[in-house]
Design a protein. Structure first.
Length: 318
């Protein structure tokens, strides 16, 4: 009987101490993720928006563990292990860009920072994510490669990064997700005037001139072949009707008048060309139909759409 009791005791102890250990090994990945997110929480020191020292990418093909190299009230900057750690210019300039953008278009969520992730030698471009998206942990993110980032050069990644920031603006301005004009200007003719404006208003006149010269020659095949969006549409609006104020006013009018869901935080459809011209006319406080006809042509379908837009959105005046 003594032997049997000893056996029973041994089995009980085995169940208590050994089985839980084997259970942990079967969910190692889950525990690692939990531990990592706990590390993020531990670095906050009471600030819910403190940037974590390490951030495990978990979106698209991005799987890098990136490291915080700089953080202030406007910017959290991350490098992967292949980025030259001595690079300094993004620390000052990207924060300056985001501060300027918020001064024009307002805040983008409660966390005041832009989260910029730089990669070297990997990925073919960049992508954005606004603070409404769980995919990037509800942060305003631009994630860019494959450049060296040694110098702040428009053709070596800087304009691409500002382009991605522009997607955050067009897709989350005034706390409303989606961009009703996407089907019209696609990816993204509005970003071109946005980049130009950012350079002009952040002390980069040389980059603004470089961008201007390139975009004045840019030709696209939509909405008709030979379209010059920057030269014939956005630059005239920008220079004649208020610069950054007219750019922001377009989004303000969308927020006030364009159809949204019941919660008021997401647009429910895309706009047609007549609505597009009507809203931009409202932003400019001027009838832009003649400018649109010169830039894009003007089929009868768009004329009908414009008449309907004026009737539907009658509070937009010009």
């Amino acid at each position: 009987m003594i032997v049997k009791k000893q056996h029973i005791l041994f089995i009980v102890l085995l169940a208590i101490f050994v089985l839980p250990i084997s259970g942990c090994s079967s969910s190692e990945s889950k525990k690692d993720n939990e531990a990592f997110h706990q590390e993020e929480e531990d670095t906050s020191e009471g600030d819910p928006f403190a940037a974590p020292e390490k951030w495990q990418e978990h979106w698209f093909e991005h799987k890098q563990l990136v490291h915080l190299v700089y953080s202030d009230e406007h910017l959290a900057l991350y490098f992967d292990k292949d980025v030259d750690q001595s690079i300094q210019w993004p620390k000052a300039y990207l924060g300056k860009v985001w501060k300027y953008i918020k001064s024009v278009y307002g805040e983008f969520g409660e966390d005041p920072k832009l989260y910029a992730i730089l990669h070297t030698g990997k990925y073919s471009g960049g992508h954005p994510s606004p603070y409404m998206d769980a995919s990037h942990d509800f942060r305003n993110v631009v994630d860019c490669g494959p450049y060296t980032w040694l110098e702040p050069s428009p053709e070596e990644g800087l304009s691409m990064m500002i382009h991605e920031i522009g997607h955050i603006v067009e897709g989350a301005a005034n706390g409303i997700k989606e961009n009703p004009a996407w089907d019209i200007w696609k990816d993204s003719k509005w970003a071109e005037i946005f980049i130009y404006d950012v350079y002009r208003n952040t002390g980069q006149e040389e980059y603004a001139e470089y961008t201007f010269n390139n975009l004045m020659e840019q030709v696209d095949d939509y909405p008709r072949p030979g379209t010059q969006w920057f030269k014939d549409w956005f630059y005239p609006i920008y220079t004649e009707y208020g610069g950054n104020k007219v750019l922001n006013r377009f989004y303000e009018l969308l927020a006030l008048h364009f159809p949204k869901n019941a919660e008021g935080n997401r647009y429910t459809r895309r706009m047609n060309m007549g609505e597009f011209v009507h809203f931009w006319s409202g932003a400019a406080a001027a009838d832009l139909q003649p400018l649109a006809e010169n830039a894009f042509g003007w089929p009868e379908e768009w004329n009908t759409q414009l008449k309907e837009a004026k009737s539907t959105f009658y509070n937009i005046n010009y």
